[in-house]
Design a protein around this ligand. Structure first.
Ligand SMILES: Cc1cc2nc3c(=O)[nH]c(=O)nc-3n(C[C@H](O)[C@H](O)[C@H](O)COP(=O)(O)O)c2cc1C
Length: 273
């Protein structure tokens, strides 16, 4: 049995980067395997210690991650949760309520949860310098957090009222996500038919037939299609005004990162912790 199983969902690569950093940090501590939760193809490989990672969506975990957790067999293994989000608000910190419940009801033992701030793939674009500083900080934290996980150190937090609030906001948002997915459109004049959106959708929700793009009802609003579109040709329904397009350059100089006015105190606290 593998020592550490790292299961993650990542829309646009941030959580994947953190999962890989965990993979590297835990490699010397025992046998470690990474699994992407995508397309329903993931197979549960039992691991002594389970790590589940996700990007915060609307102050909660994406539905695909909760669905994955529901498929796990009952067990007594220790599990840890890590999540990435664009802003260091404590509400994001508390976004694991549902996931924790699903797993503890199956008998798994909750060890702790970790939150890493990574650049927004929705809402607004951070600078590349800030993206670089965020990832550098995440890697440093992951190195330390992995030590604790390897030692089986538990870092439990009480479930606070605000976590229940986050859970509530997320519950209302969820039905809207699938509805919104049906409103996605492709700007014909911009599209170069590279098919990147079709090939990369984690739930195979996009197809092209009879000269038209079709968006099905499985959308997770992970933003991968519009984020990766080389021509920024995808419009994401009611959320379009929050669209962020194009990969970040994580090699930019983190020394030049400037914290803006938005959530200034929270970012300062996060970077100084
Ligand atoms: C639909 C959606 C909702 C989001 N909601 C939040 C949020 O509530 N709080 C936040 O800080 N970031 C939010 N984000 C930003 C992502 O959590 C953040 O950019 C994350 O690192 C993306 O990870 P990924 O690249 O692994 O998908 C949201 C992104 C999307 C696509």
């Amino acid at each position: 049995m593998t020592d550490f199983g790292i299961y993650y969902f990542s829309g646009t690569g941030n959580t994947k980067k953190c999962a890989e950093a965990f993979g590297l940090a835990l490699k010397n501590k025992g046998e470690t395997e990474l699994f992407a939760i995508e397309n329903g193809q993931e197979k549960f490989m039992p691991a002594k210690t389970i790590l589940i990672g996700y990007p915060v969506h609307g102050f909660g975990a994406p539905q695909v991650v909760l669905d994955f957790a529901k498929t796990l067999p009952a067990g007594e293994n220790l599990f840890f949760i890590f999540k990435t989000s664009g802003e260091p608000l404590r509400l994001n910190d508390d976004s694991s309520h549902s996931l924790r419940n699903i797993l503890t009801k199956k008998g798994y033992r909750f060890g702790g949860e970790y939150h890493y701030v990574m650049p927004y793939n929705m809402i607004f674009r951070h600078t590349d310098e800030m993206a670089s500083k965020m990832f550098l900080t995440a890697k440093e934290r992951i190195q330390k957090d992995a030590e604790d996980i390897a030692e089986g150190k538990e870092r439990k937090k009480k479930i606070l009222l605000r976590a229940k609030m986050a859970y509530f906001i997320n519950r209302i948002e969820r039905p809207g996500v699938r509805f919104n997915g049906k409103l996605f459109r492709v700007k014909k004049k911009l599209c170069i038919h590279c098919d990147r959106c079709i090939k990369n959708c984690p739930v195979n929700n996009i197809s092209y037939a009879d000269g038209k793009f079709h968006f099905g009802s499985k959308c997770l609003l992970c933003a991968r299609c519009s984020f990766l579109c080389p021509k920024d040709a995808i419009r994401i329904g009611l959320m379009d005004f929050l669209r962020v397009n194009g990969k970040y350059n994580f090699n930019a100089d983190p020394q030049n990162a400037k914290i803006g006015k938005y959530c200034r105190r929270a970012y300062k606290r996060y970077f100084s912790e």
